[in-house]
Design a protein around this ligand. Structure first.
Ligand SMILES: Nc1ncnc2c1ncn2[C@@H]1O[C@H](COP(=O)(O)OP(=O)(O)OP(=O)(O)O)[C@@H](O)[C@H]1O
Length: 763
């Protein structure tokens, strides 16, 4: 590498940058005051017409959003500076600030703006006009350090071959103690990461990278970048970020708000079926069966099983007589209803109508016979047609309406083709070996079906959510009334949106970027949609409540863990297939997860996806990675671990369980972490026991490997790796995940010999 670091941090340099940074903070304060004043003004207005009230709501939400954004960028507002050969200078930070008194010159470039890009990409070989890149480190509002790089090919080689940008700032960031919450990496994004973050919006982008290569960080920064660059396109539909479990979502939860973005829905797949909380847990084997693509067929069969015909006939009392639905009539009705290809609950009306028609026909004939019973035959007069019905159309309609209103008839129809919810159907299915045998007989073996059987009142599990979603598609929902109501509201909103746009045009004082953009680009229709979003809920909040919501972009972390049924649900949420999938197929632990990207994606997009790879490990030091490499070789000898950025000089330690007191080792590790975090990672079978024994400390977590996925800790104590390996067909993958969670220290406590033989010699 050929980027020279200049001696820096001279008092003059620091003072100069402090002046500039202080000016930026004054500007930020002024913007905040102005947004606060506007918000207070909007809140103080009372009364007025419904339109005026709605306009006030829009203003209130706009200014609140802006205030939240301005507050979120307080820490590290400005973190970089570029000096170009022509003498120009640009400052880079978390949001854009402009000089309103002087021609709107940028005082601070948003990191996502195209002009800020050389900060992440420029190298000595390809400097893009940049002479010096400076990282500005701040603590609160004080400039504490500067790291400079001169991009000059003639400069002496610095000895690092990973092509890192801003190496000193990067290493300082990586050395920081972990707090249990992920931080943003906006000041030190590396070139290979930047290219992924700014990749185009459309299509399926797959990001493959080993542990610690920044996949999660990149995925989140990409969400922020896309929202900035394609705001108009994405603001109404929102962005969905999917993670493997709620611990992980809590871990990453602060990153997007710290980048000023709140309109993103973070969710697990298990949370994506509104109204259902998945608090139960499946066994590994049950989860695997539920995740199979074949479950789609089982569910379709289970729905078909709810569309019954009588063995022979059914009878129903009506108007002091008996009417009959025979098998042939019910079969014709069922064929007609199924022939519409509508979902079950919508096709139900077709079935019911057909049977009602048949019953009405019977009732009418019977009525006519009754009418003439005992009446002497009267000869027809000349020209009279003997086949003209005695009852006219009005009479027939009346009889049919009476049948339709009859409770007994209704019960009969429902016994053949009931209205049913996904929840009801799935509960009934899993509670009944008979129903399961009927729906899954040709698809699952008996032992596999037995894995699914459970009491009716069992709690929902994460693997149930995709099944419920599939059923919701198969069953459909008769929401014609709700639809009409929604359309009426949209018409009203569009009408006053015209008025709101006029008012925004007239408000000469409105200067913030958001509003300028609204005025420039929105037409009334789009504005109505946005206004609805603002005045009620954010896109993310609305999406969380609406199963049929489709997102503008979907980002999936740990994508290798998803089952085929999970994929079916997620693909429904993103018909545009504008998606970013990040993961590592060497870390797959879930029994229904995939081993290749091709297997995962081909059912949905064939080979229309683009692959980008991350190759540098920012988390785990080289000493620990050499142990992890031995585990990875057991997964597949052809796989290679990513290259670590750091060496710490601290070797992993190995002990036998019989020789140690776990409690005191944990205390030692907590002390060694020096205020940082420590995790005890153990096989699932030992989790309850270990969580009970180990002292409560907010810096300590006791976790199974599945729950530690995606997380990191300063120190990791790995207990009984043998049981992790034997506990699952993907045991070595799980062990590889466990070994790569530490940022500084790793200790392994063995309970047997086999795994020790592999790992001890390696590190
Ligand atoms: N450019 C960067 N600057 C500073 N820190 C970085 C950078 N890239 C990654 N990191 C840090 O490295 C660590 C690992 O990143 P991350 O969790 O995103 O990796 P990952 O690829 O998702 O890992 P895994 O697959 O093991 O879950 C995090 O602490 C992250 O903040």
């Amino acid at each position: 590498m050929s980027q020279k670091r200049e001696p820096d941090n001279s008092t003059d340099d620091l003072a100069g940058e402090q002046d500039y940074v202080s000016m930026l903070y004054r500007k930020l304060d002024a913007e905040r005051d102005s947004a606060q004043r506007r918000l207070t003004g909007a809140l103080e207005q009372t009364g007025g017409t419904p339109q005026a009230r709605s306009e006030r709501d829009v203003a209130t939400t706009t200014y609140s959003d802006r205030l939240a954004q301005l507050s979120s960028v307080e820490q590290g507002l400005c973190f970089g500076r570029l000096d170009f050969h022509e003498g120009e200078t640009a400052y880079i930070g978390r949001l854009g600030l402009f000089d309103e008194e002087g021609d709107y010159e940028p005082l601070l470039l948003d990191w996502r703006a195209p002009a800020a890009r050389p900060f992440y990409l420029a190298t000595a070989a390809s400097p893009d006009g940049v002479r010096r890149r400076r990282h500005i480190r701040t603590l609160s509002r004080k400039v504490v350090a500067l790291d400079d790089e001169i991009l000059d090919l003639r400069a002496e080689d610095q000895g690092h071959d990973l092509g890192l940008a801003g190496e000193a700032a990067l290493l300082a960031a990586l050395e920081r103690r972990r707090t249990g919450e992920m931080s943003d990496i906006v000041a030190t994004i590396q070139a290979e990461q930047d290219r992924i973050i700014r990749d185009e919006l459309n299509g399926v982008l797959v990001v493959q990278g080993g542990p610690g290569t920044g996949k999660t960080a990149v995925a989140l920064h990409r969400a922020a970048y896309l929202l900035y660059t394609y705001r108009q396109q994405l603001a109404t539909r929102g962005v969905l970020v999917v993670g493997p479990n709620s611990t992980f979502l809590r871990y990453i939860g602060q990153v997007l708000p710290s980048l000023g973005e709140t309109g993103v829905l973070l969710s697990t797949v298990g949370q994506l079926f509104p109204g259902v909380r998945a608090t139960g847990q499946d066994t590994r084997d049950a989860a695997e069966v539920k995740g199979r693509a074949a479950m789609a067929e089982v569910l379709a069969n289970a729905v078909a099983d709810r569309q019954q015909v009588p063995d022979d006939f059914l009878e129903v009392e009506f108007d002091d007589g008996i009417l009959r639905v025979d098998r042939a009539t019910a079969e014709r009705a069922r064929d007609k209803a199924r022939g519409t290809l509508r979902p079950h609950n919508l096709a139900r009306r077709v079935f019911h109508d057909f049977v009602l028609d048949a019953l009405a026909e019977q009732a009418t004939s019977r009525f006519e016979v009754d009418l003439f019973e005992g009446v002497p035959e009267i000869p027809l007069s000349e020209g009279e047609d003997p086949d003209v019905p005695v009852l006219d159309a009005g009479d027939r309609t009346e009889i049919r309406a009476e049948l339709a209103a009859s409770d007994t008839v209704g019960r009969l129809l429902d016994s053949l083709w009931p209205k049913i919810t996904p929840q009801r159907l799935l509960r009934d299915l899993f509670a009944s070996p008979g129903r399961l045998a009927s729906a899954a007989g040709g698809v699952l073996s008996e032992p596999e079906r037995e894995l699914l059987v459970r009491p009716e009142k069992s709690r929902w599990t994460p693997a149930d959510a995709p099944l419920l979603d599939e059923l919701a598609e198969l069953l459909g929902e008769d929401d014609s009334q709700r639809q009409a109501e929604r359309e009426r509201r949209q018409r009203e909103e569009r009408a006053y949106a015209e008025g709101v746009l006029d008012i925004l045009e007239q408000d000469e004082e409105i200067i913030d970027e958001e509003i300028l953009r609204v005025r420039d680009i929105l037409d009334a229709e789009l504005y109505a949609e946005r206004q609805q979003r603002r005045s009620e809920l954010t896109a993310a909040q609305r999406a969380a409540r609406d199963r049929k919501w489709t997102f503008g972009h979907v980002i999936i972390d740990e994508a290798q863990e998803l089952s085929p049924m999970d994929w079916r649900l997620l693909m429904r949420r993103c018909p545009s297939r504008s998606m970013t999938l990040v993961g590592d197929v060497a870390q797959t632990g879930a029994p229904a997860g995939a081993s290749t990207w091709h297997d995962m994606l081909s059912p949905y997009v064939e080979d229309r996806w683009r692959l980008r790879e991350l190759t540098v490990n920012y988390r785990t030091p080289a000493e620990i990675m050499s142990v992890a490499a031995a585990a990875l070789a057991e997964v597949d000898p052809a796989l290679r671990v990513p290259t670590s950025v750091r060496e710490t000089g601290v070797l992993p330690w190995h002990r036998r369980e019989a020789e140690v007191n776990l409690k005191s080792i944990v205390d030692d590790e907590l002390a060694a972490a020096d205020g940082g975090t420590v995790a005890v990672l153990c096989p699932a079978g030992r989790h309850a026991e270990l969580s009970g024994v180990l002292a409560e400390d907010e810096r300590l977590s006791v976790l199974t490997v599945a729950d530690a996925k995606g997380l990191e800790f300063d120190g990791v104590l790995l207990v009984a790796p043998e049981e992790i390996v034997t506990g699952s067909p993907r045991g070595w993958n799980d062990l590889y995940v466990a070994l790569t969670r530490a940022t500084k220290r790793l200790g392994i406590v063995y309970s047997g010999q086999g795994v020790a033989d592999v790992l001890v010699g390696a590190g």
